[in-house]
Design a protein around this ligand. Structure first.
Ligand code: 5RP
Length: 237
């Protein structure tokens, strides 16, 4: 897997600085005239803000947001938006991740937007995934895998996923009520510890009635930009 280095401030090593550096590096993948998938989360939001500044300076793009939150952010920045129904194809999607492995397999959904994120990424010619150094792992699974379920089946699906060896928790808000996704579903956070064969687990989860989508992104990301030691490493699939 070829790797390129993009320099950033060599003194900047905090997680926030790394997120900003990765977001900056993603701008090179965005060009005038393109339709851009706009990711969700603190890292993707930084990229959206930079794109907003670009639009103000004359960059001609149109965005397709992956969440209500990102839609509102992009609107506030003056980025022209399209719905998925209005586009044939998305040129490039820029999004964050919770874990990125050497094959650019991802865990996503920490921010609860995995369903729309996966739909948008799958409709894109390229998905650029951004991460600070904490996101790079040799094997997926330390971060609890988010699984989006219909509320009706959440107990049954939770039991089935437990039988696969995970510890399963329904995601709740601060109020104690279940977290509700933009599409009206709930999320089970499933701690597997290690996921040695992500494609097999992805198939098992996709085949479970009641599961709407899961946060394993397999063969979807084309480039990972990981900020580390004051540089941004570009990994290609
Ligand atoms: C949202 C996501 C986020 O991209 C992921 O959780 C990473 O978030 P952050 O950039 O805040 O660390 O998948 O559903």
């Amino acid at each position: 897997m070829p790797a390129n280095n993009f320099s950033s401030d060599p003194m900047s090593h905090s997680q926030d600085d790394e997120k900003e550096a990765a977001a900056h590096a993603s701008l090179q993948f965005v060009h005038d005239g393109q339709i851009v998938g706009l990711g969700t989360g603190s890292t993707a939001s930084r990229a959206v803000r930079l794109l907003g500044a670009g639009v103000k300076a004359g960059l001609k793009i149109r965005g397709v947001p992956t969440s209500v939150h990102t839609k509102e952010l992009a609107e506030s920045l003056g980025i022209p938006l399209l719905t998925l129904d209005e586009v044939q194809q998305i040129d490039v999607t820029i999004d964050g991740a919770d874990e990125i492995d050497p094959q650019l397999q991802l865990i996503k959904g920490g921010g609860g937007a995995l369903l729309r994120e996966k739909v948008i990424a799958s409709a894109s010619r390229q998905m650029i995934v951004l991460g600070d150094s904490s996101k790079q792992v040799s094997m997926l699974g330390k971060f609890p895998l988010p699984v989006e379920v219909i509320p009706f089946a959440q107990v049954l699906v939770g039991k089935r996923i437990s039988e696969l060896g995970a510890s399963v928790h329904l995601r709740v808000e601060g109020s104690g009520k279940p977290f509700v996704t933009d599409e009206g579903h709930h999320i089970l956070d499933c701690s597997f510890g290690q996921i040695p064969d992500p494609p097999s687990l992805a198939r098992l989860l996709s085949d479970m009635p009641g599961v709407v989508e899961h946060g394993l992104f397999i063969h979807i990301a084309s480039v990972a930009l990981i900020a580390k030691n004051g540089k941004v490493l570009a990994l290609r699939r």
